[in-house]
Design a binder for this molecule. Structure first.
Ligand code: FAD
Length: 449
């Protein structure tokens, strides 16, 4: 099958686009992917750093990612997929309080929070129970009526300053690299629902998943799409393939790129849709990764520093604790993730100064991180890492869905319909494939004499 004979084009070779293309191929549709970059997988990326394997994009495949896990099994990755609990630490006044998601009772015994705060945590139950059936990996639009306040205002009213600083704040900083106060409270409730007690690990790195998908679909890399125009006769796509401008009307298309890219590509421009896409801004992430000559961090997988302990550092991941194959015996690897503002200020800075700043601040929460242990350092820059909406963002998602329901031959996919994440990308890619199949079935029925 050549691209000129393909019926359907998928724009964007991240997880959402790859799964859409794979599902369409399984249904017998001739289809291919156009990817602007020189690799497939988008924001899921693993690199070999010295002797270690480090995830430099998506960090963790949570145990709640049932759809992604099912897809990985279908791709033949069952044996590589292992499941374990998450040992995480939160530093407070120089002491690391370690919790294990496999032992929820540990939250009762931890010295991280006072007894008054532990008792106060029950206040989370009411909104969680009320919204539970409507929180899913498909769309946050169903929470529009509840999307009326920030975490800051919810915390101030229902919780207290200690819970905000040492539990809720670190979680939100880790998930979105942003200040917890401004985050919509519905995002907090959704993240508490998806923060499962277990996590899946892949010894060869999370990129094994898009790699397996990539080997099952046809893709053209170095092909930047310039415009997409939906119509009753098909979708007109114009793209730049390594300097050559090409265009073709496909029978259908899936647009699987982040929202600001989607807004720029869609023709003709709709003001309402543009505004709704603009209400899905992304945080930016400059991560720093180290291969180390010795293991540090004990058996803790991840540290979530509160703002008072390390203002810019949001997450420390001890990569060697993700799985036995991640680092040779005795050696270690460490990843550091930062607040959006810290990353933005360093997007164009040279690696050396980024690494220097990173070590200086990280030593506040990982004192064993000595420069002499570092064998290899790597800086990864992501202009878009995860969607970080303001209050009212759920209504904007509903607006995007309303507009998409009116498309003739185009389906949207991506991680912006709900909290950003790999499972959300997979769920939306599969949904886009189903939408295309339904469009084709309707057209086939209409063509019958
Ligand atoms: C640092 C970091 C940490 C993360 N941590 C986690 C985590 O722990 N757990 C989790 O579940 N998720 C995490 N994520 C988020 C997760 O990686 C994403 O939600 C998911 O990979 C999104 O997939 P996608 O296909 O929707 O988008 P993308 O992966 O962004 O794919 C979109 C693709 O479209 C291409 N593209 C864009 N414009 C065009 C164009 N005009 N023409 C052609 N191609 C185009 C891009 O090059 C890209 O390959 C993290 C992301 C980052 C960056």
């Amino acid at each position: 099958m050549s691209e000129s004979s393909a019926d359907v084009v998928v724009i964007g070779g991240g997880l959402s686009g790859l799964i859409a293309a794979w599902r369409l191929g399984q249904a017998g549709v001739s289809c291919f992917v156009l990817e602007a970059g020189d690799r497939l997988g988008g924001r899921v990326k693993s690199v070999k750093l010295g002797d270690c394997i480090v995830d430099t994009g998506a960090v963790a495949m949570l145990g709640s990612y049932a759809v992604m896990a099912q897809m990985a099994r279908e791709l033949g990755l069952s044996k590589e997929l292992t499941r374990g609990t998450i040992r995480f630490g939160v530093p407070r006044n120089g002491h690391l309080h370690v919790l294990d998601t496999g032992r929820p009772a540990a939250l009762l015994n931890t010295g991280l929070l006072s007894w008054a705060s532990k008792w106060r945590l029950r206040k989370l139950a009411k909104p969680m129970l009320r919204l539970w059936p409507r929180m899913n990996f498909e769309s946050i639009a169903r929470l529009t009526d509840a999307d009326t306040e920030t975490v800051g205002s919810f915390s101030g009213r229902e919780l207290n300053a200690e819970i905000h600083e040492y539990l809720i704040g670190p979680l939100i900083r880790a998930l979105w690299q942003r200040d917890p106060g401004d985050t919509p409270a519905v995002d907090l409730f959704c993240s508490l629902k998806i923060f499962a007690p277990t996590m899946f690990a892949l010894d060869a790195g999370l990129q094994r998943v898009p790699d397996a998908l990539a080997s099952a679909v046809r893709a053209v890399m170095g092909a930047r799409v310039l415009s997409v125009e939906d119509g009753p006769e098909g979708v007109r796509v114009c793209w730049n393939e390594r300097g050559e401008i090409r265009s073709k009307t496909f029978r259908q298309a899936v647009l699987a790129v982040p929202p600001l890219d989607a807004a720029a590509l869609l023709q003709p421009r709709s003001l309402a849709l543009q505004a709704a896409f603009a209400a899905q801004p992304y945080s930016c992430s400059v991560n720093v990764h180290f291969a180390l000559s010795k293991r540090i961090g004990g058996d803790v997988l991840v540290v979530f520093p509160p703002e008072s302990e390390a203002p810019d550092l949001t997450t420390v991941v001890f990569e060697h604790n993700k799985g036995p194959g991640r680092a040779p015996l005795g050696k270690g690897a460490l990843s550091l993730y930062w607040r959006d503002a810290w990353s933005r200020a360093r997007m164009d800075a040279d690696d050396e100064s980024v690494i220097r700043d990173a070590i200086e601040q990280a030593r506040r929460v990982v004192p064993e991180l000595d420069a002499s242990l570092i064998e290899v350092a790597h800086v990864e820059r992501w202009p878009f890492s995860g969607v970080c909406r303001s209050v009212g963002g759920a209504a904007a998602v509903a607006e995007i869905e309303r507009a998409a329901a009116g498309f003739y031959n185009l389906a949207l996919a991506g991680d912006y319909f709900v909290l950003s994440g790999m499972n959300a990308a997979v769920v939306s890619g599969q949904k886009a494939a189903r939408t295309i199949l339904e469009m084709r079935a309707r057209q086939a029925a209409a063509d019958l004499p």
